[in-house]
Ligand binder design. Structure first.
Ligand code: SAM
Length: 261
């Protein structure tokens, strides 16, 4: 099958065929027989099969109808699999027949961040999101303050999820081989913080990182009183010269509330 597929680079089609690796991903995701799993980008259905053997139900989305013969085989072999041919970015998550689900997917790289944010916006439906993505992007999602990868997405995602990287997947594992290595990134909802108006928080974090080399005060002073920003920074153990990448997720949330409410 591997050699017969007409891979479409524009759709981020880098497929996995190694069963040991596929099973390891399902295991890392913590999927069990009680779970409904949502998969985005079913491809030739190799991960779908591994999921079908371990989950109660698998609901998969695939944009490329050219893959229908492979996915029809999976759906006829496994009665707990449902394949939907659609662009996931156009799908209304509320229209999917699930109460709660785990997301497990080898997602197309060209829309990694929009997919993650679409899922995160519907956080009540998902207990965890385990996705194979570019290693560099995974490192950004999981990084802590005072590292070069730490930025807007790190803060926003970690405000909602514990983010870990259970496994690195070398580029040689994919067909066709992409240019860079991947990493499995696991996001588990933690409910650690209560955040007023999450969309506003996202804007606040973006503004805070506005210019990376600048201090937090310089990035925020057009929107907030400069002395108030400095006072809050000092109260949290920082100072006037502190840069956004030095501030922990917890303290970002505190500063956001202190300045806005
Ligand atoms: N799950 C398969 C595997 O692991 O071998 C395929 C993974 S491949 C990285 C990503 C898949 O997502 C491709 O099959 C591609 O056609 C599909 N895809 C790309 N854009 C999509 C979209 N907007 N909605 C749904 N599927 C999409």
């Amino acid at each position: 099958m591997e050699n017969k597929i007409d891979y479409k680079k524009s759709l981020g089609q880098n497929f996995l065929f190694d069963r040991n690796l596929l099973n390891a991903i399902v295991h890392d995701a913590g999927v069990n027989k009680e779970d409904t799993v949502l998969e985005i980008g079913a491809g030739a259905g190799t991960l779908t099969r591994a999921l079908a053997l371990n989950a109660k139900r698998v609901i998969s989305f695939e944009i490329d109808k050219g893959l229908k013969p492979y996915l029809d085989d999976v759906a006829s072999e496994y009665k707990n699999v449902e394949i939907n041919f659609a662009d996931f970015m156009e799908v209304d998550i509320n229209s999917i027949d699930i109460e709660r689900a785990k997301v497990v997917a080898n997602i197309p790289y060209y829309i990694t961040t929009p997919i993650i944010f679409k899922l995160a916006d519907n956080i009540d439906k998902f207990d965890s999101i385990t996705v194979l993505i570019q290693k560099e992007v995974a490192l950004r999602f999981a990084s802590k303050e005072r590292t070069k990868e730490y930025g807007i997405t790190s803060v926003i995602l970690q405000a909602m999820f514990d983010v870990t990287i259970p496994r690195i997947v070398k580029k040689e594992c994919f067909t066709p081989m992409p240019k860079v290595d991947s990493a499995l990134c696991k996001l588990v909802k933690h409910n650690r913080y209560i955040i007023n108006d999450f969309n506003r928080f996202k804007e606040f974090v973006s503004k805070s990182f506005g210019m990376r080399r600048k201090t937090l005060v310089n990035n925020l002073k057009t929107n907030y009183d400069k002395n108030l920003i400095i006072q809050n920074l000092i109260n949290l153990g920082y100072n006037e010269m502190t840069r956004p990448e030095e501030i922990s997720v917890e303290n970002f949330i505190k500063i956001y509330h202190l300045l806005n409410f």
